[in-house]
Design a protein around this ligand. Structure first.
Ligand code: HEC
Length: 147
């Protein structure tokens, strides 16, 4: 690995960019949930709805059916997420989107906020989470509205 790349990349990332190892926010699992919002951030449900559609962000529609009628294609690989906000608490939803493998090591659902050092990437120095902490909270805020 080129030692020059890691610090330079990390330092150049603004708060809006996905976290690399240096700015990764820790989280804690209790009772199959992450109760505390990442970094104490407040999610925006409207933005979360955009992120679950965005193919370069959540791309949740690739695997899940969601109540988003304007999108033509909904996946069937994962369970439909209709009413998921009534079935699961915000903390339970947060753990599932941060890292579903904590609950099911064999899942094919991506961990959207996995520690960059736990990722396999061709260039480990450039590894980041898929979603930023703020985006993660936005997605959780949206999911809690699905009652
Ligand atoms: C590659 C397919 C895939 C993608 C992409 C994906 N998921 Fe999943 N998801 C699954 C599967 C499969 C499950 C079933 C549980 C398991 O495998 O552990 C699941 C389970 C879930 C659950 C738990 C549902 C329940 O009723 O218990 C939630 C919530 C969830 N996903 C949210 C999301 C969100 C939000 C996104 C996008 C940010 C997303 N998923 C992206 C495959 C996917």
């Amino acid at each position: 690995m080129d030692a020059r790349l890691g610090p330079v990349l990390c330092a150049s990332l603004l708060a809006a960019a996905p976290a690399c190892a240096a700015d990764y926010l820790p989280w804690r699992v209790t009772d199959s949930a992450i109760e505390e919002p990442l970094g104490g951030l407040r999610g925006d449900a409207a933005r979360g709805r955009e992120l679950v559609i965005a193919r370069d962000k959540g791309n949740c529609l690739a695997c899940h059916h969601l109540p988003i009628p304007e999108q033509p294609s909904h996946g069937t690989i994962g369970p439909p997420l209709m009413g998921v906000g009534a079935r699961l608490s915000a903390g339970q939803l947060r753990l599932r989107v941060v890292d579903e493998k904590q609950l099911n090591p064999a899942t094919i659902m991506p961990a959207f906020y996995l520690h960059p050092e736990a990722l396999y990437r061709p260039r480990p120095d450039a590894a980041t989470t898929i979603l930023t902490a703020q985006e993660l909270e936005d997605v959780v805020a949206y999911l809690t509205t699905l009652k």
